[in-house]
Design a protein around this ligand. Structure first.
Ligand code: DC
Length: 224
């Protein structure tokens, strides 16, 4: 077992993983891995390289020329693709869609494993994603699976979109989220499931700070 501690936080989008992971990394003085950004970088690079996103070989060929750098900053992470800052492009819907297509490809997932494991640097790492505890860091010191009801996640997403001036109905978002959950949980490679030894937290009625406290308490119990 690698002695550098890792704390993994997996779960569906909108469960609050990003916020909780950032707060925890700050409290513990650990490094942070936003693995979604790694998949988004791969999706964006494949898109920019003109790869056919329905063809795994084409995507794999395009990834040969990808040089990604991830630099943490107070807002999350700054991402450079072949020297160009793509932090904003990474958050667009077209990048999210490209990311979800390449994330379903087993060779792509395998090729990004080392990229993600390189983040395990002293004094420790908080890693958030879908398969951090099940696949990337199966020997993590504490695994958390963070969920929330589709209605609550849709409400959080609607608020984020509203802040950007985009208005959508809650019902359509709930349906979208339910469809994505079904796709993510039933895919063949690294599906979204809680690790058997994960601490499962439903954040529907909790503030991010309460989730953080619950995880810190579990860490102390684990260490003691
Ligand atoms: O969390 P996010 O929205 O930034 O993730 C972007 C895409 O990458 C999303 O389709 C899920 C996928 N992903 C994954 O398959 N495995 C991970 N560990 C992280 C993200």
């Amino acid at each position: 077992m690698d002695s550098i501690p890792v704390l993994t936080i997996d779960g569906p989008s909108g469960a609050g993983k990003g916020t909780v992971a950032q707060l925890l990394a700050h409290r513990l003085g650990y490094h942070l891995l936003d693995s979604g950004a790694v998949y988004r970088a791969a999706g964006l690079h494949s898109l920019n390289a003109g790869a056919d996103l329905t063809d795994e070989q084409s995507v794999m060929a395009s990834l040969q020329s990808m040089k990604a750098q991830f630099k943490p900053n107070p807002d999350g992470v700054q991402v450079l693709l072949n020297g160009v800052d793509v932090s904003l492009d990474l958050r667009t819907e077209s990048t999210a869609s490209a990311a979800s297509k390449v994330a379903a490809m087993p060779h792509v997932r395998a090729s990004l494993l080392d990229e993600q494991r390189c983040f395990r640097v002293a004094p420790g790492l908080v890693a958030d994603g879908r398969d951090m505890g099940t696949k990337v860091f199966p020997d993590a010191h504490l695994k958390v699976f963070l969920s929330a009801s589709p209605r609550v996640r849709a409400g959080r997403r609607a608020k984020q979109l509203k802040d950007k001036g985009i208005h959508v109905t809650l019902e359509s978002l709930i349906q979208e989220i339910a469809a994505r959950d079904e796709r993510d949980s039933s895919r063949e490679h690294s599906p979204l499931v809680a690790a058997h030894d994960a601490l499962v937290i439903d954040s529907s009625d909790m503030a991010a700070s309460e989730v953080v406290e619950q995880i810190l308490t579990a860490l102390q119990v684990e260490a003691g």
